[in-house]
Design a protein around this ligand. Sequence first.
Ligand code: MLT
Length: 236
Amino acid sequence: MRVDIVLTAQSVKPESVRGKICVVIDVLRASTTIVTALANGCAAVFPTETPEEAREIARRWGALLGGEREGLRIEGFDLGNSPLEYVPEKVRGRMIAFTTTNGTRAMRACAASDALVIASFLNGREVTRLLQEKQKDTLIVCAGTRGEPSLEDIVCGGMLIDSLGAKGMPETERAVALWNEHRNNLAAMMKTDSLHGRTLVQLGFERDIDFAAGLNEFDMVPVRRGDAIVRREDHG
Ligand code: MLT
């Protein structure tokens, strides 16, 4: 089982994902939000690249609309991209058409992969368990921010690589080193050393960062089924 990491959604090429499991990470905040929504009973999340596509899916399936542009809820959408909004009272039993600037784009970029898994600090242990069980070549896809690597995504990737014991390549070694450097101060790292984290603090989303820093809060793995992301136990 070989494990590689790419640092931005833009670096994902169809030929680099074929035959592999892709693990998409966008800690701030798309993957954290999807994990939270599904853990709180959401039936399925449809990741889309554009708000128009999300609106079309919502019309067709009666789904809620969720997501952001510039970090803020899109006009006319039911939910933004704060994981704290995705509470059981709002999402239980509902489908959500979801679009974000980088995270959902990274998920769509992995369309040619054999399988897609969504990871965050909240569900790292369970993602590791799944990858250990599958023993397949894996590409960890850090979404990054507008084509630039995001520290928190690499640190989360490093956590997975470390627990899989899959070191060896310079990029994976570097990710594990960053995980070891920041593992005891994840929230502080995101608030001070991450460009996107600092932007979120300025926008008033500091509580989202504290929440996103929670380790292994959910024993649940979101996986792709058709065009949707669902809880793995629903997938079989
Ligand atoms: C993204 O996909 O770009 C992020 O999730 C943005 C955000 O924090 O809302």
